[in-house]
Ligand binder design. Structure first.
Ligand SMILES: Cc1cc2nc3c(=O)[nH]c(=O)nc-3n(C[C@H](O)[C@H](O)[C@H](O)COP(=O)(O)OP(=O)(O)OC[C@H]3O[C@@H](n4cnc5c(N)ncnc54)[C@H](O)[C@@H]3O)c2cc1C
Length: 397
């Protein structure tokens, strides 16, 4: 079996990469170890409306609900409201992630991509020390698939990067351990994605409530792995739900557990290989949102591959057009947000309360960042010291 490109993983990053490479004439195969694309869902399903910018999703079947914005609650429950435009990666739509992934896969196959389900990559194939495809296992059969380029789109647990010698190891302080219920019979009439912060609520993370309808929502939690212990995220989430009047009578129709990398991105190209999406750690380290980057980065990856196949050049230098491209598109933001994450993690709950108290009445759309900082510090002067490192980052990056 010989292809120009074999993509390991049929998530959004893999399907978008495959689609754009195929549209430019490459012969592309996606292999996926699951038996159904997008299932089981491992996602809060919140996404920014920027997802529309790339025009990659036809129709609206993948949208469960439209959000007006986000409400962020400090530990003492002071609320700061942000419009969807300002709220970042996870607010705009709440989606049906299974339909979303399957729609991206449909678009890929329409462009000529082949998909092989129930097929697990078990190692890289090498010829004269050069990556030349993947070894796979499909049920009891093991076989080889040759390709000029291997794409590691194999998510948070990525092995492809590691097998190629890229250091993709995740430090526990850079990994959110998550779980989530989809709850019905609850009250979530307001079209807002809610985020709850606090060391007792979710150490190093947050609780989210993302409405999928008037009485159904994804209610989840992320806890930083170095601050967590076995069973802790579920215990904290159950406790949160039991004490929230809107949620406490809810019934779960789905439970999931998963992990999100909130790390610095890794190197993403080698000779004959590139990494995209969670495998490349292209996740916003503050929110844990990765979907917009899968689409944006996947398109750049696919276009780079198309160019490489046309030239028949598969070396690291040729493929580094992709690394340069995604770094220009959103690399700076990831770098800055990683530094912000590190600083905010050091904030005590009372600092978060002060911040929320200073920000609660702002109309963010109408005020400059400088005016915001000034007003903030006037209300709680002690915040100045705490916020100085954040101001330094925004002036540098
Ligand atoms: C609990 C949770 C909540 C989240 N909430 C949000 C959110 O609200 N908004 C948001 O933007 N992001 C969210 N994320 C992050 C988001 O889900 C990821 O950024 C996104 O799924 C990354 O897509 P991907 O294509 O890189 O990887 P994935 O979607 O993980 O796809 C990887 C695919 O590779 C396959 N695979 C892995 N190894 C192999 C192998 N060896 N052989 C063959 N196939 C393989 C897997 O089966 C999988 O299908 C959340 C993540 C979690 C865990």
């Amino acid at each position: 079996m010989k292809y120009d490109v074999v993509v390991v993983g049929s998530g959004p990053a893999g399907c978008v990469t495959a689609r754009f490479a195929s549209e430019l004439g490459a012969k592309v195969l996606i292999i996926e170890r699951r038996q159904e694309i997008g299932v089981p869902v491992l996602c809060g399903e919140g996404v920014s409306r920027r997802i529309d910018n790339w025009g990659m999703l036809e129709g609206k079947r993948w949208i469960a609900s439209n959000m007006e914005g986000a409400r962020i609650y400090s530990p003492d429950k002071t609320m700061v409201k942000l419009s969807a435009d300002l709220a970042g990666n996870e607010t705009g739509y709440v989606i049906y992630r299974d339909i979303f992934d399957q729609e991206l896969a449909r678009q890929a196959t329409k462009a000529g991509v082949k998909i092989m389900l129930n097929t697990n990559a078990i190692n890289l194939l090498k010829h004269n020390n050069k990556i030349s495809g993947v070894k796979v296992k499909q049920f009891d059969d093991e076989f080889e698939i040759e390709a000029d380029i291997v794409v590691g789109a194999d998510g948070v647990e990525s092995k492809i990067g590691q097998w190629s010698g890229i250091n993709t190891r995740l430090d526990p302080k850079d990994l959110e351990t998550c779980c989530q219920y989809t709850l019905t019979n609850i009250d979530c009439k307001d079209a807002y994605c809610d985020f709850y912060l606090g060391k007792k609520i979710a150490p190093g993370g947050y609780v989210w409530v993302f409405p999928k309808g008037k009485d159904v929502a994804n209610v989840g939690i992320g806890v930083l792995a170095n601050l967590s212990e076995a069973g802790m995220p579920k215990k904290l989430l159950d406790n949160f739900i039991a004490n929230d009047p809107r949620l406490k009578n809810g019934n779960p129709i789905r439970f999931l557990a998963g992990a999100v990398p909130v790390a610095k991105p890794v190197e993403t190209v080698r000779d004959n290989l590139l990494l995209v999406g969670d495998a490349a750690r292209q996740v916003d380290p503050i929110t844990g949102g990765g979907l917009t980057h899968c689409l944006e980065g996947g398109k750049i990856a696919g276009e780079t591959i198309g160019m490489a196949v046309e030239k028949q050049q598969f070396d690291q230098e040729t493929l580094s057009v992709y690394e340069k491209g995604w770094k220009e598109a959103f690399g700076k933001k990831l770098k800055r947000n990683y530094m912000v994450k590190e600083i905010v993690l050091g904030f005590e709950d009372k600092t978060l309360n002060m911040l929320a108290d200073s920000l609660k009445d702002f109309k963010f759309e109408e005020i400059s960042t400088l005016a915001l900082v000034k007003a903030l510090v006037l209300k709680h002067p002690t915040l100045l010291m705490k916020l100085r490192p954040l101001m330094k980052i925004s002036s540098e990056v």
